[in-house]
Design a protein around this ligand. Structure first.
Ligand SMILES: [Zn+2]
Length: 224
């Protein structure tokens, strides 16, 4: 009986140790991205992308659209988007200036009883660190890489994905250890010209798997 009890205690201890990092991870994700949940994908998601904002450049809207297309492709077309006026949009992107090293942010919203999300993206690289800023000034495709990947990451949150600790993922959090310059450079290296951004999704195997779990293909009913 005693040995059984101590074995139970041991398992509780092992269970607690195993669960602890998960709890910490969830708390971390919740702090930055509260109330993550999938959006209604049974019809095209009404979407708005702002054309203006501090630091916004004329082609930045394309970058945001490519980021939406990447998530749409990742789900094999289960996710679709249609552009509407801001007040009617469930998914909204605004270009903002941000304090410190914040690249972007997502906030859940409700629009006439439906789940939506506002995404804020910083298009101005100055302030994100001397090294990144210098590189972005010298190479506009590097600057576009940062803006594109930030849109992709924040839309990922808007669609219901939380952070991972895996450096390969677009949902990787910079709160974990990893070389931020190289994180952007490895995507930049795939580009010859700006149009190539549409060809390289910037999503890892795990990103693809996770978004497909949230937005699975409809089940075909079994034949009677
Ligand atoms: Zn994030």
């Amino acid at each position: 009986m005693t040995s059984r009890l101590s074995s139970v205690r041991r398992w509780i201890a092992v269970g607690f140790v195993a669960v602890l990092p998960l709890v910490v991870l969830l708390v971390h994700a919740q702090m930055e991205t509260p109330l993550l949940r999938p959006l209604d994908a049974d019809r095209p998601i009404p979407t708005f992308i702002s054309q203006e904002g501090p630091g916004n450049r004329p082609g930045d809207r394309d970058l945001a659209e490519h980021a939406l297309e990447a998530w749409a492709k990742a789900t094999g077309g289960i996710l679709t988007f249609r552009f509407v006026e801001e007040k009617d949009a469930l998914l909204r992107l605004r270009w903002v200036s941000a304090p410190g090293s914040l690249y972007g942010e997502m906030r859940p919203i409700m629009v006439e009883g439906r789940k939506g999300a506002e995404v804020f993206v910083r298009p101005e690289i100055a302030g994100l660190g001397k090294e990144l800023d210098a590189r972005a000034r010298a190479d506009s495709l590097f600057r576009d890489t940062i803006v594109y990947l930030t849109c992709l990451h924040e839309f990922g949150h808007a669609l219901g994905l939380d952070h991972t600790a895996n450096y390969e993922d677009i949902m990787f959090s910079f709160g974990y250890e990893g070389d931020i310059m190289n994180y952007f450079q490895r995507y930049r290296r795939q580009l010859q010209k700006r149009e190539d951004i549409a060809l390289h999704l910037g999503l890892s195997e795990l990103d693809l798997k996770r978004i497909r779990q949230l937005y699975p293909p409809p089940r075909i009913p079994a034949r009677q």
